[in-house]
Design a protein around this ligand. Sequence first.
Ligand SMILES: NC(=O)c1ccc[n+]([C@@H]2O[C@H](COP(=O)([O-])OP(=O)(O)OC[C@H]3O[C@@H](n4cnc5c(N)ncnc54)[C@H](OP(=O)(O)O)[C@@H]3O)[C@@H](O)[C@H]2O)c1
Length: 327
Amino acid sequence: MRAVVYDRYGPPEVLRLQDIERPAPTQDEVLVKIHATTVNRLDCATREANRRSGLAISFVSRLVSGVRRPRQRVLGTEFAGEVERVGAAVSEFAVGDRVFGNSGLRFGAHAEFITMPVSARIAHMPAGLSFEDAAPATDGALNALTCLKQADLRMGRRILIYGASGAIGTAGVQLARSFGADVTAVCNTKNLELVRSLGADRVIDYTQEDFTKNGQTYDVIFDAVGKQSFRRCRGSLEPRGIFLPTDGFANLLWALLTPRMGGKKVLFQIPPRQTKQDVLFLKELIAAGKYRPVIDRRYPLDDVVEATRYVETEQKTGNVVLTVSRA
Ligand SMILES: NC(=O)c1ccc[n+]([C@@H]2O[C@H](COP(=O)([O-])OP(=O)(O)OC[C@H]3O[C@@H](n4cnc5c(N)ncnc54)[C@H](OP(=O)(O)O)[C@@H]3O)[C@@H](O)[C@H]2O)c1
C-alpha cells in the first residue's frame, strides 16, 4: 500500500511516499481502507521529536516514539474510511461499514490502510457526513473534551476560550456551548465571524483587546493554543476558577501544586485519557447538529510535505485534511 513514511526526526522534508506492506488485522481488529486523514499538531510534534518544546520534553518524546529513530514510520492519527476486512472475533463492524476514529500514539493513518482494535477509538460514521468531513472530527475535539470534562461545565458557567480558531479551539467552542456554558472566545480578526457562528456568546479580537485587562472574570479559562500562562490569566479567574492548558511544562508543575492549595487551580491531564466512549459521544453530538469539525485546507496525500509546512505555520483555522483515496 502507499504510505507516508519517515526514518529520522526532522523537518517536514523527512516525509516521503513509499510502498509498504499492508497491515493484517488480528482477530479483535478491523482493517480500514482510509479515504481521508489529517495533518495535525501531534503529527508535527512527533515528527520533530518535540524539539521546539525544549530538551526535557524532546527526551521524553524520544522515549515514547523511539530514542534514535522513530519506531512507527507512518504518522497520522485521524482517519475516515471503509472497513475492508474484519478479524474473526469482530461483530461490531462488517466489511463496507463507513468508520472514523483516532489511532493516537499508535499513528499509522497517513496510509491507504490501517488496522484498529475494535475496543479503540473507532466508530461508525454519523450519517450524512463525507469522509473528508469525518476525518478531522476527533483530534481537536478529543483534546478539547479531555480538558473541558475536568471543569464541570454546565448551564451558566462562564468560560473563556483562548485560541478559539485552532483545531482544539473550534471544537472547544462547540463542545462548551453544547454543555450549556456561557462562552467568550478569543481569536484573530479574520476568524471572529467563524467563531461566533460556532456558538460563542461573545468574541474578543486579541489584536485589539487584552482579555486579562478588561476587568471580566470567568469560572474557567481554556488556553486551547498553548500561548497563555496561569500566572497571566489568574487575575481573570473567579476565586475558585480553573485554568485549562493544552501545552507547557510549567503548567504540569502548576497542575501538581494548585489543586492541593484550594482557590484557583490548573487542571492538566497527562497523559490524556481518550476512549472509544468519547468518540461515540462526538458521533452523537455531530448527529444532533451540535458539533462539526472546521476544515481550512485539503491536500492530496502526495502533497503531505506542503500540508505539513502549512500546519507548522500555526495559523491554520480548524483542520487540514489529506485525501487518501476517492470513495
Ligand atoms: N492537536 C493535537 O493533537 C495536540 C495535542 C496535544 C497538545 N496540543 C497543543 O495544543 C495547542 C493547540 O493545538 P491545535 O491543534 O488546536 O493548534 P492549531 O490548530 O495549529 O492552532 C492554530 C490556530 O491558533 C491560532 N493562534 C496562533 N497563535 C495564536 C496566539 N498567539 N493567540 C491566539 N491564537 C493564536 C491561529 O490563529 P491566528 O494566528 O490567525 O490568530 C490558528 O487559528 C498547541 O500548543 C499544541 O501543541 C495539540
